[in-house]
Design a protein around this ligand. Structure first.
Ligand code: CP
Length: 323
């Protein structure tokens, strides 16, 4: 593994999941692996789970972790090649990234999309420019279109649940990704990423459900069954992954905030007593009801706690990969 930006960087998902669960069982077993090494966590946007779980993971591998809130504390960065920098940007990524690459053995970056210009967001210019100029491995802490640490965590959580509570009938679990209402347009990253990871994993019957107008990019969803009928999708589901996203086609727009799409205990009756997942943060009683989040079917806290093991498996893989 050279970088960790998308599922394409992973040669064997199940091996990475196994590695993560081994760290969960014995967090400090590779405490010497990162000795005398430093990891830099650069945030151009806010975070709670990603920031702290990645720091914890790095420290459990013996690394020193340094967080830099670029958006608040750094110079305003320019990413465009050949830019005439007579506006608000002060430093080009071409100059900043190689310097950061000298300070750190691994660089991690969070950069959200603008949701204004689809071509620009989907080109992943910000994270690509860091990879081009840093000269050290780069881990995505959520980019314009993907959130791979979250998706790896989601598969870890599903596998962990299935290891402890195998499905009665055996066979593949039915996993449903459902759109949920929200008060403002959100990126498609978590949903794109969940879709590409579940499709690449290949060990589930995968259904995506959303109102008309919320189709995700086909390159991520190809292989999944897609329906606008949430009730039909939920039938016999084993896992329901809840997430809001804004439109991909009418880019960044909200077509509907139809509150009837919020998951409730009544809706859960149609499922196979499905476990409910969400990446957090979640707007209670808008995206997901209190009764689900506080009820026995919610996996959200376990899922968020598993972020540590996902990050630890990825950092350790990068530390041991040939340069
Ligand atoms: N799920 C997730 O990435 O959480 P944060 O935005 O708090 O890091």
């Amino acid at each position: 593994m050279k970088n960790f930006i998308s599922v394409s960087d992973v040669s064997d998902i199940n091996a990475l999941v196994k590695k993560a669960l081994e760290y969960k069982a014995d967090p400090f077993k590779d405490k010497a692996l990162g000795a005398n090494k430093r990891i830099g966590l650069l945030f151009l946007n806010p975070s709670l789970r990603t920031r702290l779980s990645t720091q914890v993971a790095a420290q459990q591998l013996g690394m020193e972790a340094i967080v830099f809130n670029v958006d608040k504390e750094g110079w305003a960065l320019e990413f465009e090649e050949g830019a005439i920098m007579n506006g608000t940007t002060v430093e080009h990524v071409k100059d900043a990234a190689p310097v950061l690459g000298k300070y750190f053995d691994i660089l991690c970056i969070r950069t959200f999309p603008s949701l204004k210009n689809r071509e620009e967001d989907y080109s992943e210019m910000y994270i690509s420019q860091f990879i081009k100029y840093a000269g050290v491995p780069v881990i995505s802490l959520e980019s314009a279109t993907l959130h791979p640490l979250q998706s790896l965590t989601d598969i870890i959580t599903i596998k962990e649940y299935l290891l402890n509570s195998p499905l009665r009938a055996g066979g593949k679990p039915k996993i449903v990704l459902t759109w949920a209402p929200h008060i403002k347009p959100l990126p498609q990253c978590v949903s794109n990423s969940f879709a590409e990871w579940i499709n690449a994993w290949g060990e589930a019957d995968f259904v995506i459900t959303h109102p008309e107008g919320y189709e995700l990019a086909e390159k991520f969803t190809k292989g999944a069954t897609i329906t606008h009928d949430q009730d039909e999708a939920l039938k016999d589901a084993d896992f329901v992954y809840v997430k809001n996203w804004s439109a991909y086609n009418d880019y960044g727009k909200m077509h509907s905030s139809d509150t009837s799409w919020m998951l409730t205990n009544d809706k859960l009756q149609q499922t196979n007593n499905a476990k409910v997942m969400h990446c957090l943060p979640v707007r209670r009683n808008v995206e997901l009801s209190d009764e689900i989040l506080d009820g026995p079917n919610s996996l959200v806290t376990q899922e968020a706690s598993n972020r540590v093991w996902a990050a630890q498996a990825v950092i350790s893989t990068l530390l041991t990969s040939p340069k």
